[in-house]
Design a protein around this ligand. Sequence first.
Ligand code: PMP
Length: 768
Amino acid sequence: MKTVTATIKPQPSVPLDDVILHARRAYGVEGEFHAISAERDQNFRIESGARNVLMKVCAAGEGFALAEAQTLALQHIAFTAPHLPVPRVVRSKAGGAVTALNHGDVDHPVLMLDWLSGDVLGDAAPAHFKHLGTLLAQLGRALRGFAHPAILERELIWDMMQADALRTHCHLLGKAWQTRAEAMLDHFTAETRPHLRKLRAQVIHGDAHPFNVLLGPHGISGIIDFGDLVHAPLIFDLANTIADCVHGKDSFTDIFGELLGAYHAESALERDDVLALVPMVKIRLLMSALIIEMRSAAGMGLTQSIGAVSTTSLTTLDAVIAQEEKLTAHCLHVTGHGPRPAMADVMQRRLQAMGRKPWLFYSKPLHMLRGEGVWLHADDGRAYLDCYNNVAHVGHAHPVVADAVAKQLRVLNTNTRYLTDESIAYAEALKATLDPSLDTVIFVNSGSEANDVAWRMAQAFTGHRGALCMDFAYHGVTAAIDALSPSNYPAGKWQFPHVRQLTAPDVYRGVHGADHPGVGAAYAAMADAPIAELQNQGSGVAFAIMDSAFMSSGILDAPPGYVKGVVERVHGAGGLFVADEVQSGFGRMGSHMWGHQRHGVVPDFVTIGKPAGNGYPIGVIITRAEILERLVAETGTFFSTFGGGNAACAAGLAVLDVMRREGLLANAQTTGAHLMQGLRGLMQRHGIIGDVRGAGLAIGVELVGDRKSKVPLRAETRRVLDLMRDEGVLIGSDGRLGNVLKLRPPVVFKPEHADQVVNALDRVLGRL
Ligand code: PMP
């Protein structure tokens, strides 16, 4: 680790004639030379015709490597953020960025920079805090890829991380402050600095105070003086600026807020960065006071940039200390890192604003703040493994999907009344995954809407009015589809004369077990009666709708031949078949892209929802041209404003792209098999598990009193969900009897996540 010897080094004092000679010989620059006051270097503004330049003669001890680092940093910024108003490097006649001026037998490094015009911002800063905060953030970002050994190794008296090197000078502050200052530095070294070392660090400007910022006619026109470049926590730059802006003031909440707010809006700060801010401002103020006194003790005057006198720094420091808690709370608030409101308050607001029946998961509801991949981060500070959400299909907040949507929203988001590239591309991409007979793609906004439109088309096409759905099905919320969703109703309350339920092909609990000969055909034959009923009452069969994962019915393993048998019967009755792929689609079932493909059927409609946009609302109906045309012949037109919008289609295309790139169909298969194996393994130890079934990453675990009686354990199932939540794993439940654990994670789930689920369930079932 570098050790800083905190001493004030004298400025070079090269005679003007030598400087003029060097400028001419090395750079070909001539003109009027004006000396400028500076802390360490000997600086000259040279008025040279149309072009003004700044010549910096550095102290010999500063080293050529450091001078070179400064020029490289400026070139780096010119490359990464050309719009930033920082000086450009003027090269010597020989092409170098740094030259040597020999004086008194030592070589002084010399730099020549373009002169940036403008007055120093100084006390005019308050009107420009927001711009200053933004520029500082941009400067930090511009420098983040830059490194140079001379900067990593440099000794710098202003380096806050080495503030303890100033401890031996505390007596210069006078008796009253000496002990306080020493205690502050000791506390900083022992308590604060270890935290600062964990913050994001990089090369930063190191001295971006208002006297190193220039003001032009249109606002801030320059950031100058890159002589204090240092490798330090990123937040150090903002702390310096704030410290120098609050200097001499006694009320500073707004100063902190404006500079920090603008910085954070441009470049998001982490909570730990923000927590470091006030402690850093305090240390900077103390360092300013000490260095002023050290300079004065060394017989050197004050520079403009250091500001007034040390007593002002100390008075300001006192005021900051007095307001420390308030300031920290304000900084956290401004950056959105403030304390979260109490759960009870959030719940109260929710009940008042969104209806008195909260419909929340788990007895202890979760307040979610952020998602990432398979994780959901709640306001209790925990990350929960999401083994339930099939909307975030390729993972929460997937950057490829998020970027695709954001990018599209900035370019164009309109509707399918225009020719739009994204809608055509998405329609083609979906069609490519399906049977060629499904040749027409219609865009809407949700699974419910897709099913609703399919229902209208089926009626128009067949002329029939009756429908078939699965026992305890769920297909959506619209009036028409609610009738096809018996799971929306309490037992015995569902009754719609034009709809009949099909007997669920439940080989665990139903009339036929898996070993029944021709079990699939036997269950399919049970469709005959409801079809006949619909025909006898004059409704006929317009369509049968089916989720081939049988998710709401308890994630059933439909026996081979079942779905095919039903489809044949529906077609035989002149009806159409809807494969509702909201649950089973997009590779969730592992073996195929679409659930119906596992069952070897070609539907008349495929309806798509939830996972399609990974959270961006998308609904799709894919059918045959003749079916759409029949509806349009009746209604004259069909159009859903948001359906097929450019941003929605960009999201849909991104999901397909991510699936392909990340091999997620295969992942659903292999991770699903791993999860299934782990869960089946638990059956040996936990008699409460009656059945484990499903495919890919759609798995049901049925809980029973014992395997013989199969008494469904509804209350225990709810308790398992709560206990799993406490274990940090989110799962759901489903099925007519409410006793099937539903495991349906994003398809980016990996075997290690599956292991976590299995181990948590093992512990939970052991505790029941
Ligand atoms: N169909 C099925 C099989 C579903 O599971 C759902 C939603 N859970 C829907 C349709 C309705 O989709 P949405 O909520 O997007 O309207």
